[in-house]
Design a binder for this molecule. Sequence first.
Ligand SMILES: [Zn+2]
Ligand SMILES: [Zn+2]
Length: 465
Amino acid sequence: MIFTSLGASEEIGASCHYIKIDGTGILLDAGADPEKEGLESVPDLQRILQNPDWPVDHVIVSHAHHDHLGSLPVVVKLFPHAHIHMTAATRALADILLPASARLQRRKVEEGTSTVDPLFEEDDVHACSHLYQAHELETEFDLSGLKGKYTIEGELYDAGHVLGSVGVHITWYEGGKERTLFFTGDTGLRNQTIIPGATYPDGPVDIMLLESTLGADPDAEKFERKNEEKRLGKAIAKVLKRGGAVLLPVFSLGRSQEMLALIERYKNRGLIDDDVPVYTAGMMRAISDAYDKNRYNTPRLDEEFQVFGVKQRRLPRTDGALREVLKQPCIMAVGSGMMFDRTISNKIAQMLVENEKNGIFLVGYSRDDAPASLMADARQSGKGNLVTLSKNKGPQPINCSVDRFRFSGHSNRRDLLALVDMMEPETIILVHGEKAAKDWMSDNIKFFYPEITVLQPAANDVVEV
Ligand SMILES: [Zn+2]
Ligand SMILES: [Zn+2]
């Protein structure tokens, strides 16, 4: 088998890996780099096109986050005969997220905030949607290729990361000998609030493609979800009690739904008043609907729980009405998670930040240079420090409460090592992580499991296993 990464190799970037088993070519993920635009954000598919020996027979999408799915329409256009595989839930999410991505790219060009052409239009995306083949978890499907000698089978396993997320198990027979590969996708080995931790197959496997997102994050091991849950509940209750408004900047897929479930839990336990209004907005509402519609066919901690069973109101459309709402105790769970300029969470943060009775609580990952991080860092060194959330508004004093909470949908690095222990791979190829993260993973795997071969290929490396 040969392996090469087409997306970034020393940063998170776009997840997209090419494997060739005998004559069969398979793409694992078709992500786009969220930090880049246009063709720059797309994995290096040219490397495949330039190589006549590298067919693409199948594409498997592990989950619907942009860095795993965002280039799929481009891949479909370039390899129109390829079979596209995912879970039914991921297909439902792709049908929401890819058209939204097309509209956003178009709008940026029209507003003059982007100079690059959109990668695809909404019509293109609708046209390729019927090509997606949905598979049940732990059910074999055919991955044999046109020019391949071997029969190849795929099987999807719940990855516990977001709705529909899976790891991919691939089996083939080489000279009568069974060979196996497991691609973890993004992993969440522990229960969240709505979705349970991953159910991966037992080992051994020959080759494991292991994500390493949190490999360089020693803090992630120290946080217990239960404690963070309690700490956040108390922080929200305190703000509401003093008459303030709470802002939870969230990503629309995953964290928003998990937060709404948590708010319901706080209300049921009497920690916060049942009457406190909760506001949601934008695409997260469509995604919540997909969470609800797929509640019987995807793993759940409580399959009766519905995100829209949590009482929530649509965010007021005008700034005037929004200001009125924010004068009363309320909870705003809105995007973007990093509070980028010109997003709803950024606008609300501008309205809340100067009043000490309010609270802004970060519950997801934020890049160091994003407004959410800038605000949290400035507030940490003292109340009243200035932050520029928006260039138009200019610097504002941070008088409200600001705090960070850890609710990762990713496994911490000790859990990743436990996964290695469970799956007993012969060879590990580290993927989807910054260099420092992969280095830590590599050092520790080599230390604890010296019998395992660990590979950390660079972007253009082609590895033969
Ligand atoms: Zn993800
Ligand atoms: Zn990812």
